[in-house]
Design a protein around this ligand. Structure first.
Ligand SMILES: CSC[C@@H](O)[C@@H](O)C(=O)COP(=O)(O)O
Ligand SMILES: [Zn+2]
Length: 210
């Protein structure tokens, strides 16, 4: 029997799913330099998350570790993502959140700069809005929030908390930084991430043509 406070088989399963998906996202150029971080819920008290630093496109099992939902490392001396708190707050608040993905694509970063003043990106009338869980028509709008960046994760986490108090959503941008998106499992989180990326690219293209 394992002395670990989590199921090692569950960790292996999460690590496998994370690695396959992260490599695919990295291959699209969405994780430049050592940016971006990713996690999956393991159980009601633990999440599997990427370690801090390193090229996410070359991730191996060694690059995934366990934290508790307060963001503390569990049974390891490795250092989890600098942005761990932004992941664990979502798992703490919403029992149904199973996966959190954070990337730094060019489109996400440029959009975050252009819409930081407005505080949100207005996305309306797109068929792809149906990619977000709970939406069944293009005849609707969502506001993707844009938060000010900070190197102090407690400040950023508090901003995210305030947002989540005010509205139900599947993602947010951080100014000059990138996108956070989540879902009930990896497939849903990835669908949301890809939908935000595509819709932001549409907004940027449309601005160019106006
Ligand atoms: C390479 S700078 C990007 C980091 O500051 C951060 O925003 C990021 O996404 C990755 O941090 P990490 O600690 O590796 O999870
Ligand atoms: Zn980041």
């Amino acid at each position: 029997m394992s002395a670990l406070p989590y199921d090692p088989e569950r960790l292996s399963h999460c690590a496998g799913e994370l690695i396959v998906n992260i490599r695919e996202l990295a291959a699209r150029g969405w994780t430049p330099a050592t940016s971006s971080n990713f996690s999956m819920r393991m159980d009601e008290r633990h999440a599997a998350i990427t370690v801090s630093g390193g090229d996410k496109g070359r991730l191996t099992e060694d690059g995934i570790m366990v934290v508790d939902l307060e963001g503390r490392p569990v049974a390891t001396d490795r250092r989890s993502s600098a942005e761990t708190l932004l992941h664990t707050r979502l798992y703490q608040r919403f029992g149904e959140v199973g996966c959190v993905l954070h990337t730094h694509s060019l489109v996400q970063t440029v959009a975050s700069r252009l819409y930081a003043g407005a505080g949100h990106v207005h996305l309306e009338g797109y068929e792809l809005l149906k990619a977000f869980a709970g939406n069944s028509t293009h005849e609707m709008a969502i506001e993707l929030p844009v938060l000010p960046n900070s190197q102090d994760m407690t400040v950023l986490a508090a901003q995210v908390d305030a947002l989540l108090d005010a509205q139900c959503m599947w993602g947010y941008l951080i100014d000059g930084h990138g996108l956070y998106a989540w879902g009930r499992d990896m497939a849903e989180a990835r669908r949301h991430l890809e939908a935000f990326e595509f819709l932001l690219a549409c907004e940027l293209e449309t601005r160019k043509l106006k």
